[in-house]
Design a binder for this molecule. Structure first.
Ligand code: ZN
Ligand code: FE
Length: 755
């Protein structure tokens, strides 16, 4: 009797994989066993050869919905003369390197039970099974068992226990299993009144219908919710949350309603329905006053927790604003007491679920972009998934940078990228950052002494300081923009590919201590990247604070131009602060040199009319892109290479001249975009030829600009050059830790390591 030993790696634990194997073995008349091992699922099967083949093929293809197989190895072994097939107890010694599943949306089976009046879990907000439900957001430590989740406070009743123990049941070992008799509930708190269960949810739906603002506990934290069609409620929410202009995301009751309010291409629809259930940015078809002012796109998501489905079924408005529950840029609230305290002046009522959340996991944000799916914020549904397999097993911890922080831990070669943490200038975010580092090291039981620690070059970053405080085996500083380029290549596991890499963003510490952000490189992850061209240095007046004022940025660039008209006068209307800044520039007091393309965008925005301060990061650049979208394609402004730098002076002179001549700013904005695309492409094509490569890599926050990408794509189509951008991690600083980890992994290869 032939026998095989099969090892399956990937997301294969806590997703119904063993019952699936059990059923598959039974269906094929095979005997043997299955267990959760340290590195995935291990299977032993015995039977006749054709049945073994059928089993092995089905294993790869008919996998449970939530499982993600990264590898299957099959080996012929000696038969153990087993007479039945069984699920064996897990072998749980040593460090777990198995992957933790991200949180999953409620599945179709659970949904139909949720709305079936004869089902025990009818209208029960915590329904789940092995194919769906929370994972990462409730896990306290590994291995994944109920006692190590936030469900440990609720003992299963007989009904749930029977399903939990039955290998043929959909809830076999569903760790968060619960029912209305034994599990947690939702409670509505409003004006000192408490209402539990479905009555509370119905009450919340009614409050929403009446234009009230409700704090709703979800999977990874609280949302603030209100009727998106009720402009008064939306404005009140903005006012109370201190969020003047930054767009809100909405949740629609179902896909049909999403289709009515945004233009969904098939790729966008696929993202919307994907397991991560991200907020998807798509062109708006209707105007929801106050929701996403001055944006052509709207962020839409579908219900993913059973509670969301219940809210809509209970009569909540079909389109709900669902924004993270915080004040301004604070991190999202996820603990009940903290939410009550911080949201007291914002929410009219609280819909609180009793099941605690272990860690804050924001909604993810994505877009079906011109170069494929682009994740702008990688969090719920994606984290802590692995995004690449590194070619060496030594652990690497990369701590990212201080903006849009996320960390990466490579264990046994698998690079796990954390949830979005936020901006580390916030005290709470700094705290969350330290928690996440500890969390990741504990979950995977990584001894710090063996770990390579990667961090940014910036000596004053909080992330750098923490890195230096950690006692790893080696510390490797990685330059910001090289890490951006490496993040794209790491996603595709292209370690040796020689490329031309362009990294455009707002700010990053350069080799020379200047603030970089308009950088061209050649090289590869394995051999390193050489800076070959950059934006001509301008002045950043007042340092990072300049990023809040486009006019202040403009002064730092325009200082270098001759014959600039008085911009305080029409049509420019710059505020007086501009001349003060020019003065600072001439004295060089509190000014820094920068090659940031982000700041060049701010300058162009100021010249096109954005002369006030911004209220959220990237606002002026987004405003300029929106402006340019209103214009048909236009000729690029001159943007030549002089003295081995991209010279912005002719570009800005021409822009000022056009504006002075009374040309429409929409055309100016369009010509600015064309100039960037054209100059970038020309330089890139030259470097490709010189370095015999036909691969161009783009990364950095500026490449979230789809209009710029479209201009580049149209040039790429006519050439033999292939363009890669980020797909799995953000092209903004949220993706940097992956690139840091990849570069550090190679840089540390020369350093001896015995696992
Ligand atoms: Zn389910
Ligand atoms: Fe950056």
């Amino acid at each position: 009797m032939p026998a095989r030993r099969i090892r399956v790696r990937g997301i294969v634990q806590g997703v119904g994989f063993r019952p699936f194997v059990y059923r598959l073995a039974h269906a094929n008349g095979l005997t043997g066993w299955v267990l959760n091992g340290q590195n995935g699922v291990e299977i032993h099967i015995e039977g006749d050869e054709t049945a073994l083949d059928r089993f092995t093929a089905a294993l790869r293809h008919d996998t449970p919905h939530a499982a993600q197989i990264s590898s299957v190895t099959v080996e012929t072994v000696r038969p153990e003369q087993i007479t039945a097939f069984e699920i064996r107890h897990s072998d749980r010694t040593g460090a777990p390197s198995t992957r933790i599943s991200p949180d999953l949306p409620v599945c179709e089976d659970c949904l139909s039970e949720l709305f079936n009046p004869t089902d025990r879990r009818y209208l029960y907000a915590y329904i789940n099974c092995t194919n769906c439900g929370p994972r990462f957001s409730i896990i306290e430590s590994l291995p994944y068992d109920r006692v190590r989740t936030t469900m440990r406070a609720w003992a299963m009743d007989e009904f749930c226990a029977r399903q939990y123990d039955d290998p043929l049941d959909r809830r076999f070992h569903a760790q968060p299993i619960a029912c209305p008799c034994c599990g947690p509930r939702y409670l509505l708190e409003c004006d000192g009144m408490l209402e539990g269960g479905i009555a509370g949810i119905v009450g919340a739906a009614e409050l929403l219908r009446h234009g009230r603002i409700i704090a709703v506990k979800g999977i990874g934290g609280y949302h603030l919710s209100c009727d998106a069609l009720n402009a008064e409620a939306v404005i009140a929410l903005r006012y109370r949350k201190f969020r003047r202009e930054k767009p809100f995301a909405v949740m629609t009751a179902n896909l049909d309603i999403a289709r009515e309010i945004v233009d969904l291409r098939p790729a966008a629809e696929e993202l919307l329905l994907s397991n991560a259930r991200p907020i998807v940015l798509a062109p708006a078809k209707i105007n929801l006053p106050g929701v996403a002012p001055d944006h052509h796109e709207l962020g839409v998501m579908l219900p993913y927790a059973p509670l969301h489905h219940l809210l809509f079924a209970a009569g909540a408005p079909d389109i709900l604003v669902m924004t993270s529950a915080n004040r301004s840029s604070e991190p999202i609230a996820y603990r009940d007491d903290d939410a009550r305290e911080r949201l007291a002046g914002i929410a009219d009522a609280f819909l609180i679920g009793e099941r605690p959340i272990t860690r804050r996991v924001d909604d993810s944000v994505a877009r079906a972009g011109i170069f494929g799916a682009a994740v702008l914020r990688r969090s719920r549904g994606y984290a802590p998934g692995a995004v690449a397999t590194f070619p060496q097993s030594r652990p690497v911890l990369a701590l990212g940078v201080d903006l849009k922080n996320a960390i990466t831990l490579a264990v046994d070669g698998q690079a796990f990228v954390s949830q979005h943490i936020g901006d580390l200038d916030q005290f709470d975010c700094r705290h969350a950052f330290q928690e996440t580092v500890r969390d990741f090291l504990c979950m995977y039981r990584i001894p710090l002494e063996d770990t390579v620690i990667a961090h940014d070059l910036h000596p004053e970053y909080s992330s750098t300081q923490l890195a230096l405080d950690l006692r790893g085996s080696t510390h490797i500083p990685v330059q910001h923009h090289r890490a951006h380029i490496a993040s794209v290549l790491a996603e595709r596991e292209a370690w040796e590919r020689r490329v031309v890499g362009i990294s455009f963003d707002g700010t990053g510490y350069g080799d020379d201590g200047r603030i970089w952000g308009g950088e061209f490189f050649t090289g590869s992850i394995a051999e390193g990247f050489t800076r070959v061209l950059h934006l001509r240095n301008a002045q950043l007046i007042g340092g990072d604070a300049a990023a809040r004022s486009p006019v202040q940025c403009a002064a730092g660039f325009l200082f270098q131009l001759d014959g600039t008209p008085n911009l305080l006068e029409p049509p420019f209307h710059f505020p007086r602060r501009y001349t003060d800044c020019l003065e600072l520039a001439s004295t060089q007091l509190r000014t820094f040199e920068t090659s940031s393309v982000g700041r060049l965008f701010d300058t162009a925005a100021a010249l096109c009319g954005f002369t006030r301060d911004i209220t959220f990061e990237g606002q002026a650049a987004i405003w300029l892109e929106e402006l340019a979208r209103k214009s048909p394609p236009a000729d690029p402004y001159p943007f030549p290479v002089t003295d081995n730098t991209l010279d912005f002076r002719p570009l800005l002179s021409a822009l000022i001249e056009d504006r002075s001549a009374g040309m429409d700013p929409v055309v100016l904005a369009r010509r600015f975009h064309a100039a960037l695309a054209s100059a970038l492409w020309q330089a890139a094509a030259g470097f490709c030829a010189q370095n015999s490569t036909d691969l161009l890599v783009l990364s950095g926050g500026v490449f979230q600009n789809e209009l710029l990408l479209a201009d580049i794509a149209s040039r790429a189509n006519r050439s033999g050059i292939e363009v890669w951008t980020n797909n799995a991690v953000p092209s903004n600083d949220g993706g940097i830790s992956l690139g840091q980890a990849a570069i550090a992994c190679f840089a540390s290869q020369n350093i001896s390591y015995c696992p």
